[in-house]
Design a protein around this ligand. Structure first.
Ligand SMILES: C[S@@+](CC[C@H](N)C(=O)[O-])C[C@H]1O[C@@H](n2cnc3c(N)ncnc32)[C@H](O)[C@@H]1O
Length: 208
């Protein structure tokens, strides 16, 4: 499928503010990679919050997404948060339905949780994707971009034809570029201008 950047919208701002302005019913599923509260330097975002505050914040963002109409969430919670994903999913009315694996190296993997507003008609089979962890993004200094091939693999397994994908933590735009490569519509939100610029450039270039 030929990528079409015209089907990708990228907002600059705090995802809670932007989500409040998006029209109800405008997204079908969320595919995202939130900050993991490990003290990384993103800029405005405080990545070293007390755990309860971090979980409450993420739960608020995810609930806003399901309020908009998203019926599926696919996200990398960070392995250390895996036992506590219920604090994020339950307030949003989501039930975990599958856990996929990103195998970054021998003995080093990260979970990808799929959670649905049940009943959901598109079951996801468990699976593992092998890809090394990329280094920081040279252009923007983003500390932890994800492999484009991982996001394309996730979208192929979890999205469906005609779906609009939302990434409220777009970073350098990896989810959006993967969505475009599969002919899916996507909406991204990123609050740091330098990452948003990197994402905008990548999206604009993905049809070149
Ligand atoms: C783990 S990174 C995502 C990386 C992305 N998957 C990629 O491949 O580039 C999380 C992103 O969330 C952004 N972020 C943090 N808080 C935010 C907020 N309130 N609204 C929008 N973006 C936010 C950070 O600036 C960071 O770029």
């Amino acid at each position: 499928m030929r990528p079409d950047p015209a089907d990708i919208t990228l907002h600059l701002g705090d995802c809670e503010d932007v989500l409040d302005r998006l029209p109800a019913g405008s997204v079908d599923l969320v595919v995202t990679d939130p900050p993991w509260n490990l003290g990384l330097r993103y800029g405005r975002h405080d990545d070293a919050q007390p755990p309860e505050r971090y979980e409450a914040w993420l739960a608020r963002v995810v609930s806003r997404c399901t309020d908009l109409g998203a019926r599926r969430l696919v996200y990398l919670p960070g392995r250390h948060h895996l036992p506590r994903t219920g604090t994020v999913l339950e307030p949003a009315g989501l039930t975990p339905t599958a856990v996929l694996r990103w195998q970054r190296a021998e003995g080093d993997w990260e979970p990808v949780v799929v959670a649905d507003v049940v009943p959901h008609v598109r079951p996801v089979a468990p699976g593992t994707f092998h890809a090394p962890r990329p280094g920081p993004d040279e252009a923007s200094g983003h500390p932890c971009p994800k492999p484009p091939a991982l996001l394309a693999w996730l979208l192929r397994r979890t999205a469906w034809p005609g779906a609009t994908v939302l990434d409220p933590f777009a970073g350098t735009g990896t989810t959006l570029v993967a969505a475009a490569s599969l002919g899916l519509r996507a909406v991204g939100i990123e609050q740091e201008e330098r990452f948003w610029v990197a994402a905008t450039v990548r999206v604009a270039g993905c049809a070149a």
